[in-house]
Every structure is written in structure tokens, then in C-alpha cells.
Design a binder for this molecule. Structure first.
Ligand SMILES: [Zn+2]
Length: 302
């Protein structure tokens, strides 16, 4: 690939990342503003901030102005904390904090842009799901066994006794990599696999909820032979939509004897308390689900 093409591709990718981060932030804010108490705390804070800027401009800032903002911020933070969020999360979560995914810092190319160009030139970037059983560098014997179990599953699919996987473990132990191995191995066999993050899935639930009658998206999710839900519990929960939709998706898939693969950071008891019994029974039933716990150090920083 030409160098100039690689630069162009890298910039497109950064733009995509930037837009994604911004879209997710505004999506999150929109959904939070369906809660009256949060809406009130949020508009209060915004109003005070505008007031502050106005006063500053006129040279009339008082000590109270700053104090009031701080109080409002804390109030909002408290409400957000109940939903497992904080104020900072309302801002776009850019992948690169140095350049906020613009690719430039003070007019110079950011390291992330340089790395991206390099990756594209060497063709690494284009394999979206990198996980492949034969590429695994897993060394821990316990984890190796789990990889083997998953590999046998893929080879035998659809003639398998337990149809589902729950892959647990701390951040960075390779849950997503293992899930990707399953996705790639099954895709190679022409199995219809859909892989989404729990965050994306939640967004789909919202789209579906607010676009009544448009059931096609849910149908696709329900009917995929294998559905991979990556990073369950990283999504914000809005009871009426998130939990009800997740339950009906998992339930329909169970009735149709479809396979579902879930990765999560949470412990089993945490899953139960976050999602409730009926969902829990559909993701952690030992009779129908391989529950794998990956162990080890955080590989991302190794
Ligand atoms: Zn950067």
C-alpha cells in the first residue's frame, strides 16, 4: 500500500473513533436525561456554568459561584454513581487522550496516528477480530485447557451438548480474544455468528424500543446461530429497556436452542444481583453453559 493511502486510511479511522466516542457520549446523555432527577441536576449545573462564564466576562465572579458549581457537580455525581457512572463519563471517551483522536498535538502527528499508519502499512490493522486459536500465545496450563475446550466446541458445532459459554475473568486476561477465536473458527465453518459489545447491544435495544414496529434488528439478533455479547456489565442499565430486552432476547434464543457466548468481568454473584434471577438463569446455567474462568495477569500491558 502507498504511504499516502495509509495516511488517508489512518485519518479515516481516527475520524471514525472520534465520531464514535462523541456519539456514545451523546447517546449516554440522552438516555440519562430520561430520569427527571438527573435532568434537573444536569440543567442546574449547566445553568450555573453559563452564569459563571457570564459573570467572569463582566468581572463579577463571586466565591459563591464556584462553590455552587461544586455543590451541583457533587449532587449530579451522586445520582450518576447510582447508575455506575461519573460526570467525566458524560464527556466523549476518546481512545487517545493526548490528541482526542484528532491525530495531531499542537500541529504535530500524535503517536497514535503514527502507530496506526504503521499498522495499516503492515496490514495488521485490517484483521478486525484478531483472535484465532492457532495464534493464541496463552501459556497458563489452566487457560490452555479452556482454549482447547472452546476449540473442540467449534469443531463439533452444531453437534454440541452445552450450547453456551460464559467467559469470566479480570480485565486483560484475554476474554475478548477467546471470544474472537470462537467467532473466527465458526465463521470459517459458515456458521451465522453475530458479535456485539454489550454496549452496542444496549444501544440496539434503545433503537428498537423507540422505533416501534421495527422488529427486524431484534429478529436478526434472535435468529443468529451464535450471538457473542462481549463485556457484559460494561453497559449502563435502564431497567425497563435494558433488562426487559436482554431477558426477551436471551429467552427467545434459549427457546430456539441458539448458542450465546458472553464475556464479563463480573463474578457469578455480581451477575445475579445486577441482572436478576431470570436473566441469570439464562446466562449461567451449568447444564446448558460452559462457564470458563480465565486467570492470569493483565496481558494488555505485558
Ligand atoms: Zn493521539
Amino acid at each position: 500500500m502507498e504511504f499516502s493511502d495509509a495516511i488517508k486510511r489512518a485519518k479515516e479511522e481516527l475520524k471514525r473513533r472520534r465520531q464514535n466516542a462523541e456519539y456514545e457520549a451523546s447517546f449516554l446523555l440522552d438516555s440519562l436525561l430520561t430520569y427527571p432527577d438527573i435532568t434537573q441536576a444536569y440543567t442546574n449545573l449547566r445553568r450555573q456554568e453559563v452564569e459563571f462564564i457570564k459573570n467572569k466576562h463582566n468581572g463579577q465572579v463571586t466565591a459563591d459561584d464556584e462553590k455552587n458549581i461544586k455543590i451541583s457537580q457533587e449532587k449530579l455525581d451522586k445520582l450518576l454513581k447510582n447508575k455506575g457512572l461519573n460526570y467525566d463519563k458524560l464527556n466523549p471517551q476518546y481512545k487517545c487522550k493526548n490528541c482526542e483522536d484528532t491525530g495531531y498535538v499542537l500541529g504535530n502527528q500524535c503517536t497514535c496516528l503514527k502507530e496506526l499508519i504503521k499498522d495499516i502499512l503492515y496490514g495488521e490493522y485490517l484483521t478486525v477480530n484478531k483472535g484465532r486459536f492457532e495464534k493464541s500465545s496463552e501459556t497458563l496450563p489452566k487457560n490452555r485447557q479452556l482454549y482447547q475446550l472452546a476449540e473442540v466446541f467449534c469443531k463439533s458445532f452444531p453437534h454440541v451438548e452445552k450450547k453456551n459459554f460464559l467467559i469470566r475473568g479480570h480485565t486483560g486476561v484475554g476474554k475478548t480474544f477467546l471470544a474472537d477465536c470462537i467467532v473466527n473458527a465458526l465463521t470459517d465453518k459458515n456458521v451465522n455468528v453475530i458479535s456485539v459489545t454489550a454496549y452496542e447491544l444496549n444501544k440496539m435495544f434503545f433503537d428498537d424500543f423507540f422505533a416501534e414496529g421495527q422488529k427486524s434488528l431484534m429478529d436478526v439478533l434472535i435468529n443468529a446461530d451464535v450471538l457473542v455479547i462481549d463485556d457484559l456489565a460494561k453497559e449502563p442499565i435502564y431497567k425497563k429497556i435494558s433488562l426487559e430486552s436482554l431477558y426477551s432476547l436471551l429467552n427467545e434464543r434459549q427457546l430456539k436452542e441458539k448458542s450465546t457466548v458472553i464475556t464479563t468481568n463480573l463474578e457469578v454473584n455480581e451477575l445475579l444481583s445486577r441482572y436478576g434471577e431470570s436473566i441469570f438463569a439464562r446466562i449461567a446455567n451449568k447444564k446448558t453453559t460452559h462457564i470458563l474462568v480465565l486467570t492470569g495477569e493483565d496481558k494488555r500491558f505485558g
